[in-house]
Ligand binder design. Structure first.
Ligand SMILES: Cc1cc2nc3c(=O)[nH]c(=O)nc-3n(C[C@H](O)[C@H](O)[C@H](O)COP(=O)(O)OP(=O)(O)OC[C@H]3O[C@@H](n4cnc5c(N)ncnc54)[C@H](O)[C@@H]3O)c2cc1C
Length: 398
């Protein structure tokens, strides 16, 4: 669907959604389902959103609000860790799901275009206060501007700042190679280079899969390096039975590159009256894993509920100091490389029921479950990290 300016003479809307990407469109989707669907809403994005610019994966127990467009889903995943720990893990009550951005955009545009109160504008946002200045004119929000465009530099030394960066190829093979019900969620059998490096393989069919090489670190590598490791993995490590894919036996049909900030920076959620930051801008990213999609859905549903009931304004995130502390400790262990990081993740999945790990990463575990979980990680590096995080927090209070 092409974006259009629905000529509102006063250029004033109840809500302006600045940035119609994952968070902006999800917010509009939930607003459209709520009692607020009659509010006038302007969604501004510089892009037309007609390409498959992301592949979003997440896990959940329930049906997704986007169930119709789930591209693939799996009930179990392979884990290839350290010390020869290789296991196919049953996710029990959870399902691992994948949505392609192109399907998401089409689906949401299709629904929202039925609502005459929603207007799309393709424009570059130049300045954002309660007035949103764009290269197509200025627009005013009588109630709120929801900002998903802002990006912090994530360079404040007070915080732990890492990056999750990755390059992926969708490859198509001549022979039937992939087992469609057996994705690989983590494969650590790649040179770690004192960072956390892994590959995941998400099969679309027996001859097609997304293969993504991912690094958690504080610096990027060159494009040629990502490609070198992808090729090496596909041709040397990835085996189906005893079969290895040969260099001339596959073609790359799509590529994906991404950088996700992993930071415990305290995000300014309400930078000025009437402006609410959402998505990556609003700190929705889970600092220690980079997973954002499913958290955004939860937080945006909370946000819409609070708007509909005139509750205290926030961006829907629930602040939990204990969960934040655990996240920062894990980030500290990884950033300071206090112990081989592939061993940490292997330990998580080797020593815990996989559904417990997913529940823990979703921050749904109780305090008691957290203590049991924490008890399964190597003690000295985590105690050192916890101590450093506590001291840092105390110092920065003064
Ligand atoms: C390639 C990739 C894959 C990812 N995969 C996963 C995954 O599998 N699971 C998961 O949980 N998370 C994943 N993430 C993390 C996260 O879910 C995504 O980054 C998600 O898109 C964040 O949503 P957002 O709305 O904050 O940002 P975006 O989706 O990037 O939306 C921001 C929008 O603002 C627009 N914009 C920005 N500046 C301006 C401007 N000045 N004027 C006009 N428009 C502007 C952009 O065009 C964009 O459409 C992935 C991230 C990337 C980059």
């Amino acid at each position: 669907m092409s974006l259009k300016n629905n000529q509102n003479p006063s250029n004033t809307y109840n809500y302006i959604i600045a940035g119609g990407g994952m968070a902006g469109l999800s917010l509009a989707f939930y607003l459209n389902q709520s009692s607020l669907r009659n509010k006038s809403i302007l969604i501004i994005d510089r892009e037309e959103k007609n390409t498959n610019d992301h592949t979003w994966c997440f896990w959940e127990k329930e049906r997704s609000p986007y169930e119709e467009i789930i591209f693939k889903q799996w009930k179990g995943v392979w884990f290839h860790g350290t010390d020869s720990f290789s296991q196919f893990l049953d996710l029990q009550e959870y399902t691992y799901k994948m949505i392609r951005a192109i399907d998401f955009y089409k689906y949401i545009f299709g629904i929202l275009k039925e609502n005459i109160n929603i207007t799309f504008l393709q424009a570059d946002i130049l300045e954002l206060t309660e007035t949103v200045k764009t290269d197509q004119g200025d627009f005013y929000a009588s109630e709120f501007v929801f900002d998903s465009c802002y990006r912090s530099n994530y360079d404040n030394p007070k915080y732990h700042n890492m990056l999750q960066h990755f390059k992926g190829w969708v490859i198509e093979t001549e022979k039937t190679v992939f087992k469609v019900n057996e994705p690989i969620l983590f494969d650590f059998r790649t040179d770690q280079k004192n960072e956390l490096r892994f590959v995941y393989v998400l099969p679309y069919s027996e001859t097609k899969a997304l293969i993504e090489f991912t690094i958690f670190s504080d610096n990027l590598i060159t494009d040629a390096e990502y490609e070198f490791y992808l090729k090496k993995y596909i041709e040397e490590t990835l085996k189906v039975g005893e079969y290895k894919i040969k260099p001339d036996e596959y073609q790359i049909s799509e590529t994906e590159f991404g950088i996700i900030p992993m930071s415990d920076e305290v995000h300014e959620i309400l930078p000025m009256p009437k402006v609410i930051r959402i998505g990556t801008s609003g700190g929705y990213v889970k600092a220690s894993t980079g997973y954002t999609f499913q958290r955004s859905q939860r937080f945006l549903q909370n946000l819409v509920k609070s708007l509909a009931t005139n509750s205290k304004v926030s961006n829907g995130m629930k602040f939990n100091a204990w969960k934040g502390f655990l996240d920062t400790v894990l980030l500290n262990v990884m950033l300071k490389n206090r112990t081989p990081q592939d061993k940490i993740f292997t330990g998580f999945f080797k020593n815990n029921n996989p559904s417990k790990v997913l529940k823990f990463l979703d921050e749904d575990t109780s305090f008691f479950e957290d203590i049991l979980f924490v008890n399964t990680v190597p003690k000295p590096p985590f105690i050192k990290a916890a101590w450093e995080v506590l001291v840092k927090k105390i110092i920065t209070q003064f």
